[in-house]
Structure formats: C-alpha cells, structure tokens
Design a protein around this ligand. Structure first.
Ligand SMILES: CC(=O)N[C@@H]1[C@@H](OP(=O)(O)OP(=O)(O)OC[C@H]2O[C@@H](n3ccc(=O)[nH]c3=O)[C@H](O)[C@@H]2O)O[C@H](CO)[C@@H](O)[C@@H]1O
Length: 342
C-alpha cells in the first residue's frame, strides 16, 4: 500500500488517512518505517495465538469508529488478509465505497490458500473498484459477474515498491558461492507439507558443497518448530529472523534460486531475474508459470529437489527462467489506481 499512500498524499482532492490494524505487528513495523508510511490510526489489534474469527470480531468495531471519526468517503485495502475482509465489510456497513487492490487473484479452491481465497472472493462481492494486477485476474472478476466498468488492470503495487527499493539500494551485494533463498509460511503447508519442503532444502545443502540455504523463518510457532527440527545444525543452512524489507530484497538479489510458498515473492523474484520454484499445490499467480519465469513444484521433497537440481546443473535451463521480466507490473500500479478513483 505504500506507493498508493504516497500517490494519494500527492493528490489535491484526497485527504489520505492511514489505518494500521497491526494484524502482524512485528512484520508491519519494519515495513512502515522502511517505506516511510506514517500511520494516523494504529489499532494495534494483534494478540498472541489470535484466530481469524476473534481478530475480525475486534477489527470491525475498531475500523467502524475510524470510518465515522474521519468521515471516510472511500476505503482502500490491498490483498487477501483478515484486515482486508474487515475493511471491506466495515465500509460496506457504512455504505462507504471500497476499492480492492490486488483484486481477482483466484485458485477457485477455498482450501488453497486458506483462508485467503475465500476472503478475496467475498471482498469481490462488495467492492466498488477492483484493481486487478493482470488481465487474467480481471478475467476472473468478469466471470464472477463483476461489471467491466469497475475493473481496472493496474499491475501490482508490490512491484512499484520493489522497483523503488532497488533504486534506493543501488548495486546488488556480491557473494562467494551460490545461495538458495527459502521462504515457507503458508497455513495450508503447516505440518507434513512444510517438513517435506524443509527436507528438500536440507537435501540440496547436502548435495551441493557450494550452496548456502538462506531461510528467514516466519515467526509463526508452527514454522519455527519445523525449521529448528529439520534444518538446525547444518553448516550451510542459515536460519534467519524475519528480514527487514530492504534486507530481504538484498537477499533475493544475491540468491541464485528462490524457493517460496509466498505470494509476493512469486512476483518479485521474476522482476529480479531470479528463477522461482513455487512450493504450493496451486497458485493464484499462473502468469509467471505461463511466462516460464516460475515453476509450480508443490510440497513433495523429491519434486522440489529434482526441479532445483535441474536449474542448478543446467545453465541453459537456468538462463531461460532468469529473464528479468515480471508479468505483475511495471512500477506504475499506484498511479493507475489513483486515476481509477477519480
Ligand atoms: C495467498 C497469498 O499469496 N497472499 C499474499 C500474502 O502475501 P505473501 O504470501 O506474499 O506474504 P509474505 O510472504 O509473508 O510477504 C511477502 C512480502 O514480504 C517481504 N518479506 C518476506 C520475508 C521477509 O523476511 N521479509 C520481507 O520483507 C517480501 O519481499 C514480500 O514483499 O498476503 C498479501 C497481503 O494480503 C497478499 O497481497 C498476497 O497476495
């Protein structure tokens, strides 16, 4: 959302009010400070071991109070989190038009990813503006009966932020040997799928003496426990804390290969010319797969290892994936969103 906030603050007609629910307090704060996003209302709603039902029950009245206090005429939110669903519903209850950023992502499977697929389908029913990152996402919305007049193909704001960050960081850091960057935290992968993913990472580190595995471990206890039990005490596997966004972009830039079940990283890696193996059974980002810059490999240890080895051992296959194009945007998504609102 940072590029949208900056663009709104530069417009004459808008008084932009930033609300943070702080659903993930620790991940949010580093992003806000790095991306210089001032917050007007910090609801600070995260609690230890929170579950979505409890979280949304606390979000709705808190968001409603802000809508009333600020006399909101438009509400915008990005993505598919509990916060996005709560923002859309709170706005709907007050008949305030809602703009959904990153609209139209679909797997058509309510269990993959869970609960995000259900959230984004529900939000689509009550949004006034649908800012779709790609034509494929726009197509999903039309198929659900959303009027063309309310759909805007904008690219994704995450690519705006990435390009801005790369400009600020300057040249990528050099490194000795090859690095594989791993991120894995999706709820639907918890348990055996995640352990299979981590076993693949360990096998790659065992097979390649020049490879270092870099793994910023998500704070969720399910992820922490699996990471420690499968990957601890390996000389070339680095279990890292969640990284500040700028540091994470640097990790992506110095890595040869990226293994991830994250959504945003599926979009960022191709923009940085890094082949990405998607550690999911289904993805709402087929565009990168179709463009040949990402590969859907699931959570089976053998499949992950085979796909990674193919890229590590075959320079021409690697070069074919490392094209440096992202189908998710050109860095101008925020500008298109603002013009869609006027
Ligand atoms: C189902 C799904 O795919 N939904 C996605 C999900 O986002 P995600 O899966 O991409 O979530 P993460 O992977 O946690 O974050 C990714 C971002 O974090 C940065 N990063 C990562 C590790 C780190 O150590 N330091 C960092 O700075 C990284 O560069 C990237 O920009 O929710 C969003 C909001 O609703 C959705 O918009 C989005 O579709």
């Amino acid at each position: 959302m940072a590029p949208v906030v900056a663009a709104l603050r530069a417009t004459e007609w808008a008084r932009c009010v930033v609300v943070a629910t702080a659903q993930h307090r620790d991940l949010l704060d580093q992003m806000l400070s790095r991306l210089e996003v001032p917050v007007d209302h910090d609801l600070n709603l995260m609690t230890e071991g929170q579950v979505p039902t409890d979280l949304i029950a606390r979000m709705l009245p808190a968001l409603d109070r802000v809508l009333v206090k600020e006399h909101a005429s438009i509400v915008l939110a990005q993505g598919d989190t509990t916060t996005v669903l709560a923002a859309a519903l709170a706005a709907f209850h007050r008949r305030v038009p809602f703009g959904h950023i990153e609209a139209g992502l679909r797997t058509q499977n309510l269990g993959q990813p869970f609960p995000e697929e259900g959230y984004r389908q529900m939000v689509a029913r009550i949004a006034r503006w649908h800012f779709a990152p790609t034509s494929g996402a726009a197509e999903h919305l039309r198929a659900e009966g959303i009027s063309d007049a309310s759909i805007y193909i904008t690219g994704n704001t995450g690519i705006d932020t990435l390009m801005h960050t790369v400009r600020k960081l300057g040249p990528a850091p050099a490194r000795q040997g090859r690095a594989i960057l791993l991120t894995a935290h999706r709820r639907e992968n918890f348990g055996l799928p995640l352990r299979n993913i981590l076993a693949a990472a360990r096998e790659l580190a065992d097979r390649y003496s020049d490879i270092e595995i870099l793994y910023p471990v998500h704070p969720n206890p399910n992820v922490q426990e699996s990471a420690r039990s499968v990957l601890a005490n390996h000389p070339r596997i680095k279990l890292l804390p969640p990284q500040d966004y700028f540091d994470f972009v640097d990790l992506m830039r110095q890595s040869s290969l990226i293994l991830t079940d994250s959504g945003g990283v599926q979009e960022e890696a191709p923009a940085l010319a890094k082949p990405v193996l998607v550690l999911r059974e289904q993805t709402e980002r087929p565009e990168a797969i179709d463009a040949g810059v990402a590969k859907l490999v699931g959570t089976d240890t053998g499949r992950i290892v085979a796909a990674a080895m193919h890229l590590l051992d075959d320079a021409s296959s690697y070069a074919r994936m490392a094209k440096g194009t992202s189908p998710y945007g050109d860095g101008k998504a925020a500008a298109r969103i603002i013009s869609g609102l006027t």
